[in-house]
Design a binder for this molecule. Structure first.
Ligand SMILES: N[C@@H](CCC(=O)N[C@@H](CS)C(=O)NCC(=O)O)C(=O)O
Length: 278
């Protein structure tokens, strides 16, 4: 199988599609989805990857964020992937909603039994190349954004690969995962107990360690139920300030962690990417 089209839908003059392909980095079939704006019919367009949060799938953002209307206006392709491998069952992978299935944390695990298939860090790069090879997307105009666990993924992958992702943004990212319960649980199981190996998957540590990317946009709801214990935008902000990494961190009063928050500000994020990918 190179690619199976599961469904296709006309959407704001473009095409919303859901697909499955064989992933070499995961070693299993993976699902993804693509919104092709109307402009893609006339030639390559900029493309923005969205990495979703815990418990989500490749469908969640496309169904809930309301991004396609603005993407069609701006001529942006949108791509989402799943949040973990699914076509395999490993011991303990379904016992917790914040670890295992639906919680791949966009990293390559180094401990067994996870290391063989839980390679979501490499998978995001593989999917980027797959999209550039199979859809009408411009190789030098690629952005990445995400939410919560996916915000962590977008910031870390964006910071590590500025040549592959020219624009980066996040909604309520897990911004210092080495220091929060979600991150400690996932990293100790996927990466082991040596905390020095965690720094490569922690956006705050990456900025402290010298990684840089284009000007960042981050939105954080102030009524987010996970803000007090899991997200640490202040730590990320001070790391960026100390390191000279450009960051616009907007604290949005009244907004919680969910997709109503994302749908309220998705247009600003798409404009941010469109401007940098022009
Ligand atoms: N299942 C968890 C919540 C998980 C959750 O909030 N996931 C976020 C990402 S971290 C999300 O986007 N969920 C999907 C949705 O809101 O539609 C719970 O019961 O507290």
């Amino acid at each position: 199988m190179s690619m199976i089209t599961r469904s296709k839908h006309a959407c704001f003059g473009g095409i919303q599609g859901f697909y499955t392909h064989d992933s070499s980095s995961i070693g299993l079939p993976m699902r993804f989805s693509v919104y092709q704006p109307p402009q893609a019919a006339n030639g390559p367009v900029p493309v923005v990857f969205f990495l979703a949060g815990l418990t989500c799938t490749e469908e969640t953002f496309m169904v809930k964020a309301g991004a396609q209307r603005v993407a069609a206006e701006l001529g942006l392709m949108l791509v989402t992937c799943d949040t973990s491998p699914r076509d395999i069952e490993l011991p303990g992978d379904r016992e917790n909603w914040d670890f295992g299935v639906g919680a791949g944390f966009y990293l390559d695990a180094t401990t067994q039994p996870w290391a063989t298939h839980y390679r979501m860090g490499s998978y995001v790069l593989e999917l980027r190349d797959f999209i550039l090879a199979n859809f009408s997307a411009s190789a030098d105009r690629v952005g990445i954004m995400g939410h919560s666990m996916g915000g962590h993924g977008a910031l870390t992958i964006g910071l590590k690969h500025p040549e592959r992702f020219q624009s980066v943004s996040a909604f309520a990212p897990i911004a210092a995962p080495s220091e929060c319960p979600w991150g400690e649980k996932a990293f100790s199981r996927y990466l082991g107990d040596d905390r020095s190996s965690w720094r490569a998957f922690d956006a705050t540590a990456l900025v402290e360690d010298g990684q840089r990317t284009s000007a960042l946009l981050v939105d954080q709801g102030l009524e987010d139920q996970f803000l007090p214990n899991q997200l640490s935008p202040d730590r990320f902000e001070s790391a960026c300030r100390g390191a000279g990494q450009a960051l616009t961190l907007r604290r949005q009063s009244g907004y919680d962690h969910g997709y109503y928050f994302i749908s309220s500000f998705i247009a600003d994020h798409l404009h941010h990417h469109a401007q940098l990918l022009r």
